[in-house]
Design a protein around this ligand. Structure first.
Ligand code: SAH
Ligand code: MG
Length: 225
């Protein structure tokens, strides 16, 4: 069976219909964010539930005790990640833009999940370094990278020590974000950075790595040693 543009669109629509299970607050979150001038670049509902599932499988299936998200935007993916946490687990999410951070924080408050989400305002790389010194190695069950695409190789490099054996390093936009992964190397620095980060993870014997072509691609690397 050949993949055609129509079939790809239909497949995405099917996955959204069958597996994308937003509640009312989540279903309207991005519309409200866009009306507030925040860009429409969140993950989609079927990716959201996938993120919840991944987080929930860590920590011996109890759900993550500590998870890190790089790039909060309006809090859409953060909310899904938080649903996979252990009951007393915590998500630390990092956002550079004050407007995005303010919007996300007020959503966490109204959704009733503020007690399990700590929003750090600042640059992803700075916060990774702070967390390395604050918590030390092997202190996170999950790292979800979705901030600056050009920094992906550096996220892999600097956040790897944080990930516990059995924990996951997850990367959104592993296959595309305006660009697509099959474009010529050298034609787009974001493409090249995602490509480099994918290859770093896939070739690192400390990780077991797979990529799922859901929406714009999600790479999942499980730390195995
Ligand atoms: N994870 C979100 C989407 C994140 S979009 C979701 O799927 O719902 C990327 C976000 O990273 C934007 O909100 C942008 O403001 C933020 N960002 C940009 N540069 C950053 C940096 N250096 N550190 C942390 N966040 C950054
Ligand atoms: Mg993304």
């Amino acid at each position: 069976m050949d993949m055609t543009p129509d079939r790809w669109d239909n497949t995405n629509a099917y996955m959204r219909e069958v597996f994308g299970k937003d509640d009312d607050q989540l279903a309207t979150l991005m519309d409200r964010a866009i009306a507030a001038g925040i860009p429409a670049i969140s993950v989609s509902p079927e990716v959201g539930v996938f993120l919840q599932m991944l987080v929930s499988t860590t920590n011996n299936g109890m759900g993550a005790m500590r998870a890190l998200e790089l790039g909060t935007l309006a809090g859409y993916s953060s909310t899904w990640l938080s649903k996979g946490l252990a009951p007393d687990g915590k998500l630390i999410t990092v956002e550079l833009e004050p407007k995005h951070a303010d919007f996300a924080q007020s959503f966490f408050d109204s959704y009733g999940i503020a007690q399990s989400i700590e929003l750090h305002r600042g640059k992803a790389l700075d916060v990774i370094d702070q967390l390395n010194s604050e918590f030390g190695p092997a202190s996170f069950d999950v790292v979800f990278a979705d901030a600056v695409k050009r920094e992906y190789p550096e996220y892999v490099h600097r956040a790897k020590p944080l990930v516990k054996v059995g924990g996951l390093f997850i990367m959104d936009n592993a296959l595309g974000a305006g660009w697509w992964i099959d474009e010529t190397p050298g034609s787009n620095p974001d493409r090249d950075a995602a490509d480099e980060a994918n290859r770093m993870l896939a070739n690192d014997p400390d990780f077991l790595t797979a990529c799922v072509p859901l929406r714009e691609g999600i790479t999942i690397a499980k730390r195995i040693k």
